[in-house]
Design a protein around this ligand. Structure first.
Ligand SMILES: Cc1cc2nc3c(=O)[nH]c(=O)nc-3n(C[C@H](O)[C@H](O)[C@H](O)COP(=O)(O)O)c2cc1C
Length: 306
């Protein structure tokens, strides 16, 4: 476990259904400085849900391991961070940006943007184990209520070690353009490290985002799906004879080390749909990927097209 964490660099985002142990491993191998699990329920952890623990597999390839939890009750947050399954993680990130109605309805995710005192209490509750606590949030609920600067300051006051700001509002979900200018205001207003998030898809957009915001680091979600090489491209790491197929197989085989083959076969289809992005004949590749039923079917698709 790193002694003290330098919050900077290019990091692989928490993405529900995608930031699995294999995706995190290939991202880290290609240069991601930190890697996040997808959001896991604090309550789910406390009540011993096996499905929740399954999302928390890691490998030693991950340099700085971050677990993202969500919840609205400080009690469950403080219990969850003490859970054995979280021991191996270096950083605890709290989700305060998820716009999904099911989550918001429970007062979790981006609902916390509307309750700053509770959001602060949650950060303080997560600090009980002494690990750095970070927060990922959105600009506000909607364009009329941009609160990113005040929220960032409040998270800093509550003891957050760093923040990631996704440059969209809850109402925007994933549509429209991320507003990096609002993130720049947050960076100016706080003393803790800030990560810019939203619409970074290559080295050019990374450089633009960093210049526009002056942030300490950048978080990449969709731009890294099917494209782990984005991290080495951004960092200027030259990989001799790069093989996407090798990354795909590492991803697949890592998942198989930890999960049931049926689960992996089902989950890997959507990764293949990203891995073939931009390739000729991608429509047919996706059809074949989605028609796969077993790991052997998945391997046949990989061998045929990559
Ligand atoms: C399918 C999907 C699942 C996501 N799951 C999470 C999640 O579990 N936790 C989280 O903080 N953000 C989640 N996000 C948001 C991303 O981490 C990121 O903030 C957003 O996609 C913007 O970054 P990008 O433009 O690089 O994709 C998710 C996004 C997508 C598209």
């Amino acid at each position: 476990m790193p002694q003290s964490i330098d919050f900077k660099g290019v990091v692989f985002a928490p993405i529900a259904g995608y930031s699995d142990v294999g995706a995190r491993k290939v991202s880290a191998m290609r240069g991601a400085d930190m890697t996040y699990t997808e959001m896991v329920s604090a309550k789910g952890l406390v009540y011993g849900s096996e499905k929740t623990e399954d999302l928390l597999r890691t490998t030693d390839s991950e340099k700085i391991k971050c677990v993202q939890i969500f919840g609205s009750e400080p009690y469950y947050i403080s219990k969850a961070v003490e859970h054995k399954a979280l021991e191996k993680f270096d950083v605890i990130d709290i989700n305060m940006g998820c716009p999904v109605p099911k989550i918001v309805k429970n007062g979790e995710g981006s609902a916390l943007l509307e309750n700053i005192p509770l959001a602060q209490e949650i950060v303080r509750s997560a600090k009980v184990v002494g690990k750095p606590v970070t927060v990922k949030y959105r600009l506000g609920v909607n364009a009329q209520n941009i609160i990113a600067v005040d929220f960032g300051k409040a998270m800093q006051d509550a003891g957050a070690s760093a923040i990631t700001v996704h440059g969209r509002t809850r109402e925007q979900m994933y549509a429209g353009k991320a507003d990096w200018q609002e993130i720049a205001k947050v960076k100016k207003a706080v003393n803790i490290p800030v990560f810019v998030n939203g619409d970074i898809v290559d080295k050019t957009s990374y450089q633009e985002a960093m210049t526009a915001t002056g942030c300490d680091g950048a978080m990449i979600a969709r731009g890294a799906l099917g494209n782990p090489k984005i991290f080495s491209d951004i960092k200027g790491i030259d990989i001799e004879n790069y093989s996407l197929k090798q990354d795909i197989l590492t991803h697949l085989n890592t998942m198989l080390e930890f999960h049931h083959p049926n689960f992996v076969a089902c989950n890997f289809k959507k990764h293949l749909a990203y891995y073939c992005r931009g390739m000729r004949g991608q429509r047919q590749i996706k059809l074949d990927a989605y028609a796969s039923k077993t790991i052997d079917d998945i391997r046949r698709v990989i061998d045929r097209y990559f």
